[in-house]
Ligand binder design. Structure first.
Ligand SMILES: Nc1ncnc2c1ncn2[C@@H]1O[C@H](COP(=O)(O)OP(=O)(O)OP(=O)(O)O)[C@@H](O)[C@H]1O
Ligand SMILES: [Mg+2]
Length: 375
């Protein structure tokens, strides 16, 4: 079987600007190129960057030539170092955490930085079959020619093995256990047998796997201990402080607003802080000052949802409002995030509105807007 040399850093379309959502290696091609140009530390086989440069790509920094690397992930440095170091070993990386803790985001950026390609991706669902992890067949050719190399359709994992890339497996624990086990040979033998052709694909140096899994999912399939042993697990935490979460939301909202070409809406800081405050208080079941205990809603109220609420608010403000983000622009989004269950969550939400929002200084307009959309 052939191996292809390293793929170019970006950009099949030639114009990442026109894409609704460019891949990480397209959106940050200039940062990756600058990091590679100045990187004089040793690189593991087939890596485009040294582990140190990969960490800088994720956490941000300023390079020797003045190039600014924007932070992609906000969180403990040690955790990112452990994740990157794992990828340089023979163990695979499992990113674990509650919803919205940037597991998918980190996985995309890690693969972009290490392999220049974040798209060798298996999306795990309860319907994922072995062929998504191993290989399938082009049935027209299979019928016409029988099993030949040309009739074989490689999975993203097989392609990554051949091309010395990192494969991504999203939501590993949603994949049925027997299908998950197809990964054991890949991860322990670094080989994928193809009995129909009497051959195998052996992984090139540089191959590895990043899987993500949600530790809050109901009805998930446990990882077998045989598989778990082949992963190093890194748990991504919720943002430690309110300020950190405000920073994450502010940064991502600005990036998304630019990508969507929303008209610029200034002075969003106050509303962003309010969304984060509401989310953190309901998530933790008490007010930030610790004085009032609150009931918790059924949803997870993740940072990712806070980002969506503010982005939606910006679209409302830009297109239907006065061009500044107002409490009424975020009220509907917040209510939608909190009230997932129409009975239980509604009660939780009204309690929060009456016991907390109503009395709080500077929150009157927000309280009124929420009352209006909460019916
Ligand atoms: N600590 C963080 N640093 C930077 N961005 C973050 C952080 N936490 C969340 N985000 C943002 O949240 C958004 C959603 O993250 P992502 O989809 O990767 O979450 P996830 O953990 O995969 O969630 P799920 O379990 O629902 O799949 C991304 O836009 C990401 O930028
Ligand atoms: Mg995810």
């Amino acid at each position: 079987m052939t191996t292809t040399p390293q793929a170019p850093l970006a950009d099949a379309s030639g114009n990442a600007d026109a894409l609704l959502r460019p891949h990480a290696e397209q959106a940050f091609a200039h940062e990756l190129a600058a990091l590679a140009a100045l990187d004089d530390r040793p690189r593991p086989p087939a890596w485009l960057l040294s582990p140190g440069a990969v960490v800088t790509y994720l956490l941000g920094g300023t390079l020797g030539d003045g190039t600014v690397i924007t932070p992609k992930y906000v969180g403990p440095r040690r955790l990112v170092e452990v994740a990157v170091a794992t990828l340089a070993t023979d163990r695979a990386l499992l990113l674990l955490g509650v919803p919205g803790t940037a597991k998918t985001w980190v996985s995309e950026h890690l693969t972009a930085a290490v392999s220049g390609r974040s798209t060798l991706l298996v999306q795990g669902t309860s319907g994922t079959g072995e062929d998504a992890i191993r290989y399938g067949w082009n049935y027209a050719r299979l019928l016409a020619e029988g099993p030949t190399p040309a009739a074989l359709v490689p999975s993203p994992v097989m392609t990554a093995m051949r091309e010395a890339k990192i494969a991504r497996i999203e939501e590993l624990t949603r994949i049925p256990s027997d299908v998950q086990d197809a990964l054991i040979t890949v991860l322990s033998e670094k080989s994928l047998p193809v009995p129909e052709l009497g051959t195998e694909v052996q992984a090139a140096k540089g191959f590895n796997v990043i899987a993500t899994a949600n530790d809050r999912d109901r009805g998930v399939n446990e990882l077998s201990s045989a598989l778990r042993r082949r992963f190093n697990t890194v748990v991504l935490p919720l943002p430690a402080t309110e300020q950190e979460e405000v920073d994450i939301v502010t940064r991502r909202v600005a990036q998304l607003g630019a990508a969507l070409e929303l008209p610029p809406v200034p002075a969003a800081a106050e509303e962003i802080r309010r969304v984060v405050t509401v989310f953190r208080e309901l998530r933790s079941g008490r007010t930030l000052d610790g004085r009032t205990t609150l009931k918790q809603p059924s949803g997870t109220l993740s940072t990712a949802e806070a980002i969506s609420v503010v982005t939606q608010g910006l679209a409302l403000a830009a297109h239907f409002g006065d061009g500044t983000l107002q409490p009424s622009d975020i009220a509907a989004g917040i209510v939608g995030s909190v009230v997932k269950d129409p009975v239980a969550d509604r009660a939780v939400w009204f309690e929060y509105l009456e016991a907390v929002a109503r009395e709080r200084e500077g929150w009157h307009e927000f309280y009124a807007a929420c009352r209006e959309v909460s019916g």
